[in-house]
Design a protein around this ligand. Structure first.
Ligand code: BG6
Length: 445
């Protein structure tokens, strides 16, 4: 879906980790692959003192280090004609006056604005309040459109999430708010629903009659790096489990939705989350990697977990009795994100002299993407039947080549094209669009 209207991308936290590693490369890739042919401006905002030119250099560094498409100077220069930087305190009026000045210089015609909050979470309401107070962000703005993108952590517990939500909903309409989870933009994750609902063979087996257990693993080799201050508040539970892992889990376990729009999918996912319990008391393990307490901005006696594993159960007819093992951690031996669907053993082993493995479907998300279906075959032999476990494999890269768009490219494209905002005569705004799956929010409270 190409972008058809000019817009300004206003990036709060413009010099942060998320900006350099993910957002800047995503913008560049969208530009290189011609999804952004309309004029657009970028305004980075952060505390760091920097000139517009230095911000340009920061952008180039991000592209060179992290983009899947190589940096090309001529292309970049064409793209970066309207890039600006504001060094300012997000609590001060002067920062917003400065922003208004730059917007007055750059915007002509449609004043569409995407505000991306790549800041520490405590700034979410502060920024949105300031933007609306200064008239930069308008509640209900559709044409031109004004949208706000927010990532986790959305509050630190149920009460604070509710408060934050109420504060934000007074300032902007729900359809203007994009509460995103980048895991939903991953190619492999977008394939979950296709695997389940565009094929006839899996769904009849997708229940407690045939599935022994499910495993969801998100293992990382990296530590907390320079995000110690944030991580001390979050830990693995709030950083990875309550968001990314539960998104994966709800897509794997949900009932087929009545339609492919944000609302229908979210309705089904919420049912799974409502039914989720610990499998048994104390079925949780927390751990911390060695050396975590010596990381920058981490307390010397920190008890924050960098690893968490839990045994869960979904209390409904489809899943009762099926353990769901989830685990995630930093500084582990290998980077691996995958979901394993372990099927039950055959009810009776005809080949008593040998062991047969139960079937298993491995859905690989990162770093490899694809599916492995493990099943048993006969090994060539003259004597007793020998059984071997082999794999039927779908390898994403082998089928579609390398250089698949990254999650943030999809998320940004969806936010700019506003696939979730479609007006239907007489019906107001409805969720719709090709990839509305990336933009849904599971409103559980
Ligand atoms: C982020 C977490 O949401 O996801 C990081 O804050 C984590 O701590 C990252 O490293 C993992 O994302 P991915 O796409 O590399 O699996």
């Amino acid at each position: 879906m190409p972008i058809e209207q000019p817009f300004t991308f206003i990036l709060f936290g413009g010099t942060g980790d998320l900006a350099i590693r993910k957002l800047i490369p995503a913008l560049y890739n969208l530009y290189v692959e011609q999804s952004m042919e309309v004029p657009f401006s970028v305004i980075g905002i952060s505390r760091k003192p920097m000139t517009h030119e230095q911000y340009g250099a920061f952008f180039i560094e991000g592209i060179k280090k992290y983009s899947r498409n190589e940096y090309e100077q001529a292309l970049y220069q064409k793209m970066a004609k309207s890039f600006y930087y504001i060094s300012g305190d997000l609590q001060k009026d002067s920062t917003y006056h400065h922003l208004i000045n730059i917007l007055n210089q750059t915007e002509s015609g449609q004043k569409n604005r995407l505000f991306y909050l790549a800041t520490a979470p405590e700034f979410f309401p502060i920024v949105v309040e300031n933007l609306t107070r200064h008239g930069i962000l308008q509640k209900g703005a559709v044409s031109p459109w004004h949208r706000v993108v927010i990532e986790k952590p959305f509050g630190s517990d149920l009460a604070s999430a509710r408060i934050l939500n109420h504060r934000l909903e007074r300032l902007v309409d729900d359809f203007q708010m994009y509460r995103i989870d980048h895991y939903l933009g991953k190619e492999a994750v977008q394939n979950f629903m296709v695997l389940r609902f565009a094929n006839g063979i899996f769904e009849p087996l997708w229940n407690n009659h045939h599935i022994d257990h499910i495993q969801i693993t998100v293992a990382e080799t990296v530590g907390v790096g320079n995000r110690g201050r944030y991580y001390e508040q979050a830990g693995a539970t709030k950083d990875m489990l309550q968001n990314h892992i539960l998104q994966l889990l709800s897509l794997i376990a949900m009932e087929p939705s009545v339609d492919f729009d944000a609302q229908s999918i979210s309705t089904e996912k919420v049912k799974v989350l409502r039914a989720l319990r610990l499998f048994e008391e104390n079925a949780v393990v927390r751990g911390q990697y060695e050396g975590y307490r010596n990381e920058k901005d981490v307390s010397g006696d920190s008890k924050v977990e960098t690893f968490i594993a839990a045994k869960l159960e979904i209390h409904n007819w489809r899943w009762a009795g099926v353990p769901v093992y989830v685990r995630t951690g930093k500084h582990l031996k290998e980077k691996k994100t995958e979901v394993v669907i372990q099927f039950k053993k055959t009810p009776y082993n005809l080949y008593r002299h040998t062991n047969t493995d139960a079937n298993r479907l491995v859905i690989a998300i990162d770093p490899k993407t694809g599916f492995d279906l493990q099943f048993n075959i006969k090994e060539p032999s003259r004597g007793n039947v020998k059984i071997k476990s082999v794999k039927m494999n779908f390898c994403h890269e082998c089928e579609f080549g390398e250089n698949t768009p990254e999650a943030y490219e999809r998320l940004l494209l969806d936010a700019v094209t506003g696939c979730w905002v479609r007006r239907q005569p007489g019906k107001g705004f409805i969720g719709a669009g090709r990839s509305s799956i990336t933009l849904q929010w599971n409103k559980i409270f």
